[in-house]
Design a protein around this ligand. Sequence first.
Ligand code: ADP
Ligand code: MG
Length: 693
Amino acid sequence: MTALSVSNPAVQPVQYLKSVGPRRAALLGRLGIGTVWDLLYHFPRAYHDRSLIKPAHACVHGEQATLQGVVAAAQEQKPRRGLTITKLVLQDGAGIFYAVWFNQPYIKKQLPTGTRLLVTGKVERGYGAVQVAVSDYEVLDGEETLHAGRIVPVYPLTGQLTQRLMRSVVRQALDEWAGQMDEFLPPALPARYHLPALSTALVQIHFPDTEREARRAQKRFIFEELFLLQLVLAGRRRRLVRQEKGHSYRPAGELVRRLLDTLPFQLTAGQEQAWREICRDMDAAAPMNRLLQGDVGAGKTVVAVLTLLRAVESGLQGALMAPTETLAGQHYLSLCRLLEPLGVKTALLAGGMKNREREAVLAGLQSGETGLVVGTHALIQEVVQFQRLAVVVIDEQHRFGVRQRAHLQYKGRHPDVLVMTATPIPRTLALTLYGDLDVSTIKELPPGRRPVQTLACAPAQLPDVYRMILEQVREGRQAYVVCPLVEESEKLDVQAAVDLAAALAAGPLKSCRTGLLHGRLKAAEKEQVMHAFRGGEIDVLVATTVVEVGVDVPNATVMVILDADRFGLAQLHQLRGRVGRGAHQSYCILVSGARTEEARTRLAAMTATTDGFVLAEKDLQLRGPGEFTGTRQSGLPDLKIADLVRDWRALETARSEAVKLITADPDLTAPEHRALAEELKRRFSRSGYLEIS
Ligand code: ADP
Ligand code: MG
């Protein structure tokens, strides 16, 4: 008997369960349930405890209770059109009570006199009688009960599926299959962490004997989910580490030293440390896969430039990929400014370039004549070819998916990869998102920075806000005004920005030079505006969130965010990071008539701290991981039962166990890991997560 065809619930369509025909199978399909395995892994979202059966006389008015009785008589009332009330008289030994159904006339036939049943619902007492408005019931026929008289599962459902149907289908699947579900976790783990075996856990998560058993079963599936994910990441990492890069570097030499000499500042301890870690990776035989983490303004760019420069110095090529045109343009300028004095040329590959220019850049990269290139995801297009790409730096990694990262890697022979993020990531999330990367963190900001003062204010105080901008401009500083987001429509955003810029230029900010930056401008127009702002020809830049990422104008000291409650914490923190980049005291003003409790909590967090990591933890609590870093785009599978905030302990345990296992048996070829390898393949092969470059 082959494991696959007959006895594997993973490939067994639900339709072959006795009570499931094509119609029900289609309904289940809408919940993403195709196989018996899917069904068994469709966990309850809650439980109702109906295990306590109360005699009618002990019930209190208004309570939810489960009662037991034998049908003695039935009545039907039609008090008005469209309403049928079915009332059964039930005998429970001590006396009688009434069970009431609304608009379910068939109940009378289904539950004839003499039927013994359990009913659950809200109890009403009046005139000495006890009446139950039935929300669920179950006939007692000697078999195990599913809907009452026990702890009852409540499932996430859609459409025409009912809890009753779901419970009986799941029960049937459990009866047929639970005993044959082989444990795939290595046996030591359930023992070490007191987790129930797979078959027991499946039964107990759906139909728990006690609440404690339900919790133990949940604990197992949470661990299982995190462990499998960490195994995939540890496996990926292991395979990356075993690769050999197709290039080697000369020791950091003349050019690197000259760059360090020409910088107007000393590297901070964090930058030094990161640079040392990167050099160690570059000197190793396996390609670097490192995340450089550091709050906005921590100075990651210099570290990236050093890394790229070392490639050029060794006669190799480097590429820097940024998520937006604005940011790519700005990186391009920084690189030119820093590297031109050293005689190193940088190319820019952006959208909206003239064909001739573009072709020249492509030719230079292909021939190897061009050592460095900066670009957006234009860099990962097919036509871009390198002669000997050695270093890939990706800025703001969370904006790119895992796949895009891999695409750029393919362009070289196992190049060294440095990904940078200014979005502080809570540790638990980093373990999940970047479990396959080494991490360097720049903790401190460069010396002399003063923390940005953050204030929240109501729209009525806007005149004061504009007066403050004027004052700062008079002192030679610059300011940003970020426009409210209009939901779901970039076009409306842009219109709002255009209107606002016009209104400000004609009104409160008449006396200064204003400019406008938004996503619909052509690349060249954007560059023109940024150039003018950087050069001090624009005092106040009215912008949409395109300024959110990476824009670096140290002379800007005021960031005004209108309708601040519409932005997430991560976004607000990024926006605030545009100021406080120079020696002058900077201000961030959050204007909002905060409407919801959550929005007020967010703004309060912003005014309370400038620490990105604290804010990141807060954001994770408030919004959940998916929205925070765009895990959706990152290609991470959705978690079914685990919660990265709540289950951080389990996550760390799962990670260390996964690393241990992969170290001992990298390809999971040991016989005792065969079931585990199968399970991984089943869960992850479609996601592309098992592949690496
Ligand atoms: P981020 O980490 O947000 O990308 P940047 O690399 O843009 O930060 O650096 C922010 C600003 O700090 C830049 O103007 C940069 O020149 C400056 N800077 C970087 N490192 C140092 C340092 N060690 N001392 C002083 N200023 C620095
Ligand atoms: Mg940056």
